[in-house]
Design a protein around this ligand. Structure first.
Ligand code: HEM
Length: 584
């Protein structure tokens, strides 16, 4: 029997069929009370752990920057990570762009290290090729807020906290607190469905988008905060409201948010048909259970295997498994996705021909929700994501993130995500690359040639880090590594991902493989959680099944018919030119 717990749960549920929800145990919104002996494990605003000794100049809080023994973060970024607009370093295993997008969606479900008010800048060296473009010579990398009470002595150095629930529990869709969750629900926070922006054919959930801030204002609901609210492209009429504040960060993640909200509402409709007597709250909670299970199933059945991160859950629930995020994961390992993003995103029609809006540059996908209205929905983005091969997870970053991050007009300053990632590791006081390797049970490297077979990269790294392999920034070292065979990363990223995703699964009392409520929902209402992202896309969009030839695992790119690819370049150039004109 593959999963005995589900059958036990099914039996218990059937004996109480008259009052359905009594048997279901909804997750708390803040993640508490999952582990019954350690009730705060996975709860919002709890401290992240450290796997390596803290690395501050004074052992307490002082950041090790270029004036404190590490190379300048922008200098490292430029010397190692720079990539030209027309350069591509594609993933060698044919991973689709859906891979980075789902990775970010998952990240926004499990960690958001609290931001702070303490300013901190990275100096742009005067020799930087883009120095003249920048108006102030700095990249603002403000320090993260540290955990209250920490940072007082070497025995009590700075620690950091996770603002959202750690569990992979759908908090990215529903929120991690009651105020956001209720604002997202219909009927003043008591409805079964999640709010949407009515779009396309009235009354069909397949066309709906996320609610905008204006929709909530019109409904008299206090609008939950969203990152970059009020910025040029983020007015009330276009800014979408999601379960996570970073929902508008790019069009890919917005498409996934929208998809899963549609999925919630689809399940509610099925529940209503299955049992008209269910209360709105029952339907909300049951659907939330299904959607949370689907996010886990897609992650563990498709996403993690695709990137070469095998997780063994055969031992079942382990109450001793602590899910807490290490700073080495939030500040290093999972940021590997920042290098996998393409400079240009595809947008395709349902027949896989190029969309008239054309492809879109990375800069224009960022905090630009209007694009979802312009393309009349999420389908062109979803099809692009499953059809385009993503950039390799390596020591190269697309210019849209490395120079042009969050530039909403002509570039007047450099904003560099690679430099910020490097400096963030230092801000969090992460152990160096070799220490982190050893914390994951990997052998330390003793030479730059142990990291990469690329001789030129060895030379650059050695020169930046003064020939010392024992003081390399984690994010830099792990991305410079040669990839393991058949795996889209090196051994450090793989080990860090395995560590985190194993604890997240085994320590979750409600993990989809053993949560009895899912068997109950299946047996009482005939609704089973979908375990393939392709099926969720097909159920909630007007994309025909014939346009998803990689339905078995959409994290491997499907081929786009040749004529489309050829036409794409031409149409894309025209579309981008027109698009730029629209914006100036
Ligand atoms: C266009 C896509 C993306 C953009 C614009 C973006 C941007 C950012 C920014 C600005 C930060 C905060 C940096 C800091 O101040 O420290 C961040 C954090 C982070 N990003 Fe991304 N990101 C993107 C995609 C991804 C992907 C694909 C992944 C993983 C697969 C990822 C994982 C992370 C993680 C783990 C953090 C730290 C989260 C925390 O605070 O705990 N991001 N990202």
């Amino acid at each position: 029997m593959k999963n005995p717990a589900r059958f036990v749960g099914c039996f218990i549920a059937l004996t109480f069929v008259a009052t359905p929800l009594f048997a279901a145990t909804p997750r708390t919104l803040d993640g508490s009370n999952n582990n019954l002996s350690n009730v705060t494990w996975g709860q919002t605003n709890t401290q992240e752990i450290r796997l390596t000794p803290v690395d501050y100049l004074d052992g307490i809080s002082t950041i090790r920057t270029d004036i404190h023994g590490r190379p300048n973060a922008r200098e490292v970024s430029t010397a190692v990570f720079s990539q030209l607009t027309n350069q591509q370093f594609l993933d060698e295993n044919n991973l689709s762009e859906m891979t980075w997008a789902w990775g970010q969606f998952v990240d926004h479900d499990i960690d958001f290290t609290d931001g702070g008010m303490e300013s901190h800048d990275i100096t742009i060296p005067a020799t930087d090729p883009a120095f003249a473009l920048d108006s102030d010579g700095i990249i603002n990398a403000g320090r993260k807020a540290f955990f209250p009470g920490s940072g007082t002595s070497a025995a009590n150095p700075r620690q950091f906290s996770n603002f959202i629930t750690t569990w992979l529990d759908g908090s990215v869709v529903y929120g991690s607190d009651a105020i956001r969750a209720n604002a997202l629900r219909t009927n003043g926070g008591t409805g079964a469905k999640l709010r949407t922006h009515e779009f396309g054919d009235p009354g069909t959930d397949k066309d709906n988008l996320l609610p905008t801030a204006q929709d909530l204002i019109n409904a008299g609901v206090t609008v939950p905060s969203m990152a970059m609210a009020g910025m040029p492209r983020m007015g009330d009429d276009v800014r979408f409201i999601a379960g996570d504040v970073r929902g508008n960060e790019n069009t890919a993640i917005l498409a996934l948010h929208t998809l899963m909200v549609r999925e919630h509402n689809r399940i509610v409709d099925l529940l209503t048909i299955a049992d008209p007597g269910l209360s709105d709250d029952d339907k909300y909670q049951l659907s939330r259970k299904v959607v949370g299970a689907e996010i886990q199933a897609v992650t563990y059945n498709e996403y993690l295997p695709a990137i070469g991160v095998p997780i063994d859950t055969s031992g079942g629930y382990d109450p001793a498994a602590d899910p807490t995020i290490p700073v080495e994961f939030s500040g290093g390992i999972f940021r590997m996705g920042h290098t996998s993003i393409n400079q240009q995103a595809l947008r395709l029609n349902n027949d896989l021909s190029p969309h008239t809006e054309g492809p879109i540059t990375l800069e224009d996908t960022l905090f630009n929700p209007q694009e979802l209205f312009d393309t009349a929905g999420i389908e062109p983005f979803l099809l692009g994501l499953i059809s385009n091969v993503q950039e390799a997870t390596n020591a190269k970053m697309a210019p849209g993130l490395r120079d042009g991050l969050f530039q909403f007009g002509p570039t007047t300053m450099i904003n560099d995500l690679a430099a910020i990632d490097i400096e963030r590791g230092r801000d969090l006081g992460l152990g160096d690359y070799n220490e982190v390797r050893q914390a994951f049970g990997l052998p330390p490297v003793t030479d730059f040639a142990d990291i990469t077979s690329d001789v030129s990269l060895q030379t650059i790294l050695s020169s930046l880090y003064g020939g010392d392999v024992n003081d390399i920034d984690l994010w830099v070292g792990m991305l410079a590594e040669d990839h393991l065979t058949g795996v889209s990363s090196g051994s450090t990223v793989q080990a860090g991902m395995m560590d985190q995703f194993e604890r997240l699964a085994l320590g979750d009392r409600f993990f989809y493989e053993w949560d009895p409520d899912l068997a109950m929902i299946e047996s009482l209402y005939g609704i089973s959680a979908l375990d393939k992202l392709a099926d969720i896309i097909l159920a909630n969009s007007d994309i025909p099944a014939s346009s998803i030839t990689n339905a078995d695992n959409v994290f491997f790119a499907q081929p786009v018919p040749e004529p489309s690819t050829l036409a794409l370049g031409v149409i894309g150039l025209f579309a981008l030119a027109g698009y730029r004109r629209k914006r100036t």
